[in-house]
Design a protein around this ligand. Structure first.
Ligand SMILES: Cc1cc2nc3c(=O)[nH]c(=O)nc-3n(C[C@H](O)[C@H](O)[C@H](O)COP(=O)(O)OP(=O)(O)OC[C@H]3O[C@@H](n4cnc5c(N)ncnc54)[C@H](O)[C@@H]3O)c2cc1C
Length: 669
């Protein structure tokens, strides 16, 4: 494994002045010249939608691509809990520095200081932008925007729209896009999948896309290509991601020279509806916002846990003294609002010790009884009801909980068929988000000139663990406030280039490669479906690269995934035809890439001989089971260069320098 060193291009100077200085220093493209420049934005979720709308508003000619039938259906729409911003509306001591500090610490000191500070700096602008678009954030009685708390922080800085924050933000971005579509500044290609990136003279100059309805292969050129294609959590098969979320665009760029950073950094979210059986293809998140009011517990006594599992004892029958609120016990300072990696591991620890509460022993309780009582009493007092009876308190309290989380409670009831107002929810950790992704410099440019990555698709600002409500913040920061500036610096050299032709040998070759790959996928005479392989891959990933990893398991995973990939190419059966709508073929292309990424993921996890954030190597833990970092040897971003097979990938390092924050053992106690 040969190593190279990567330059982040972070500006020099004091942390709080870097972004302003950078904006002052970089080149601009004048408005008349912008009209002659084309930009492709692949992905129209929050990151891509916001980038496309802003770039078009600036005057560039934008083409957008998404595989859904509308940008409105991007996975971003699923985001529930909220979006962070350091507005300090609550007057509880928030500041740009605190948001920066919380994010770096939350990510277990594995993120780039300059990027994270910039994120905090522009966070407030995002809220203003979205309010101006009409995003209906929750408001307090007096009309001011409301906030709640998310994990790993001691302030309330999360702006939200009930449990539908992503949906409302996406409607805002989509409305902004629509304005540009009607102005003719955005050409929107829906039901189109990017199949490859086209490089001309070493620069990203276009993509090969497939029209998913007609099956036609198309060439599209531009002066720069932005990939905002989301995360790759579905490499685990079961995750909270949308079924279509995949790594294809990022992986195709990786194969063309874009380094893939920290692939093993995955977020396992602690509050998801537990797996119910082999038939499942999707897991459901119960938003982290619920941890503002829900208390997490398991029975203190093993016999109670067994009785609950066997249906002989109801959770509400377990007296208060026999409940183990293990997060409050272990982490008194942050309690139920510890970061996700910490909460997930703690749930696993209790379940592994035999205290799990569902049939499979892989669930803990999330209980709202105390919150209902607390809110009910408060409401009664406000309403002038002296000495309310318990039924009145419960009724009033449930109404408050319903106003805050109604849609989440309804979703839970529909899926589990239990009323979470009356009995605690059952939850368990599940794959949710990927902190790894395409390596980008401070300008969000990948290692391919002219190829940019935004949102969850880049290796992001979250280090080894993302704090709740920070993905929306980062995606929109990238799209509305960062990329529109930084891409201009690159494009300023292209003002005389003219249109990029699509009849060049480079486009020809890329198209032929795409066709060849698809023909190969279709030509299999095997017996197994694409899902068969995806499920098998997911099982290896979950068992050996999941919440806890060790060298032996990772070595096995590498071999098993390589063997599964070989089997896939020999034995997969893809039905339908090449030149028509064919969802089986779409899946096959995506799973083929997951089968490569999965191996690189395991290789990355194996090489990182430390535990940090969501990357928990069993060999490296403190006495009380916390992640044990090795700052001397692993204080770097690991970015992999494609060399043919995942096993041959070459590691490049970006050393992480901490000048504004003291490197400490992360503690939430
Ligand atoms: C259930 C759930 C709840 C969440 N809640 C929150 C929350 O409350 N707060 C928070 O901050 N974060 C939350 N997150 C995380 C957050 O939603 C995502 O990280 C974020 O929305 C990703 O946005 P994105 O724009 O980067 O990608 P996405 O929204 O995933 O969009 C990807 C886009 O790329 C397109 N695409 C992908 N591949 C191709 C291709 N090959 N060709 C063409 N188009 C392609 C897709 O069509 C889509 O338009 C949640 C995540 C989940 C799963």
């Amino acid at each position: 494994m040969i190593m190279g060193i990567l330059d982040s291009k972070s500006p020099t100077g004091p942390l709080a002045e870097k972004w302003t200085k950078h904006k002052n220093d970089i080149n601009l493209v004048n408005p008349a010249n912008k009209r002659n420049i084309d930009i492709i934005v692949v992905g129209t979720g929050l990151a891509g939608g916001s980038a496309a709308a802003t770039l078009a508003e600036l005057g560039y000619n934008v083409k957008t691509f998404c595989y859904q039938d509308s940008p409105r259906r991007a996975h971003s729409i699923a985001a529930q809990g909220g979006i962070n911003a350091a507005k300090n509306y609550q007057g509880d001591g928030d500041s740009n520095y605190r948001l920066f500090y919380d994010t770096i610490k939350g990510g277990d000191y594995r993120a780039r200081e300059a990027n994270v500070y910039r994120l905090a700096e522009v966070s407030g602008n995002i809220i203003d932008q979205c309010v101006a678009q009409g995003v209906p954030f929750a408001r307090e009685y007096g009309g001011l925007l409301d906030n709640r708390s998310f994990g790993g922080v001691l302030v309330s800085r999360t702006f939200y729209a009930k449990g539908q924050t992503g949906q409302q933000l996406l409607l805002g971005a989509y409305a902004a896009m629509n304005r540009q579509i009607h102005r003719g500044k955005i050409q929107s290609y829906t039901r189109h999948e990017m199949m490859d990136l086209v490089l001309v003279d070493g620069k990203a100059r276009g993509i090969i896309a497939r029209d998913l309805v007609s099956g036609e292969i198309e060439r599209h050129s531009a002066h720069a290509v932005v990939l905002a294609t989301g995360g790759y959590g579905n490499v685990f098969y079961l995750s909270t991601n949308a079924m279509g979320s995949n790594v294809m665009a990022a992986w195709r760029a990786h194969r063309k020279g874009a380094f893939f950073a920290n692939p093993c950094y995955t977020q396992i979210h602690p509050t998801c509806i537990p797996v119910s059986g082999d038939h499942q293809s999707k897991l459901t998140l119960m938003s982290e916002s619920l941890r503002n009011d829900g208390r997490i517990w398991v029975p203190k006594k093993l016999e109670d846990a067994v009785a609950v599992r066997e249906g002989r004892l109801k959770p509400v029958e377990i007296p208060e003294g026999d409940r183990d609120y293990y997060l409050e016990r272990r982490y008194p300072a942050f309690g139920n609002l510890v970061p996700r990696d910490v909460a997930s591991r703690a749930a696993k620890e209790r379940c592994d010790a035999g205290f799990g509460v569902n049939r499979t022993g892989e669930a803990v309780f999330l209980d709202f009884a105390s919150a209902i009582a607390r809110y009910g009493r408060e409401k009664a007092m406000i309403s002038g009801i002296a000495d309310p009876d318990p039924e009145t308190v419960t009724k009033l309290g449930e109404a408050v909980i319903e106003a805050k989380y109604g849609n989440l409670f309804q979703m839970y009831e529909k899926i589990v068929d239990e009323d979470p107002y009356k009995t605690p929810m059952m939850i368990y950790p599940a794959v949710h988000y990927t902190m790894g992704g395409l390596w980008v410099d401070y300008n969000l440019q990948t290692t391919i000139p002219g190829c940019y990555a935004a949102g969850e698709a880049n290796f992001s600002d979250h280090g080894a663990n993302r704090l709740g409500a920070s993905a929306l913040m980062q995606g929109l920061a990238d799209g509305y406030f960062v990329l529109p500036y930084t891409i201009g610096d690159y494009l300023s050299k292209d003002i005389r280039t003219g249109k990029i032709p699509t009849d060049s040998p480079e486009f020809e070759e890329a198209e032929n490669q795409v066709r060849g790959r698809m023909q190969k996928l279709m030509s299999g005479t095997g017996i197994h479906s694409v899902d068969h392989y995806h499920k098998k891959l997911g099982k290896i990933m979950w068992d050996k690269c999941g919440m806890a990893r060790n060298a032996k398991g990772l070595e096995e995973a590498i071999k098993e995934i390589a063997a599964l990939r070989k089997d896939f190419w020999e034995n997969v059966k893809v039905t339908g035809t090449l030149d028509s709508k064919n969802q089986e073929l779409e899946k096959a292309g995506r799973v083929a890439d997951f089968l490569e990424l999965g191996e690189l993921f395991a290789k990355d996890a194996l090489h990182r001989n430390e535990s940090c954030g969501g990357h928990f190597r069993e060999e490296y833990q403190t006495e009380d089971g916390e992640a044990l970092r090795d700052d001397d040897n692993f204080r770097y971003v690991g970015a992999w260069e494609y060399m043919g097979e995942p096993r041959d990938a070459k590691l490049h390092k970006e050393e992480l320098v901490f000048e504004n924050i003291e490197l400490k053992t992360r503690s939430y106690k």
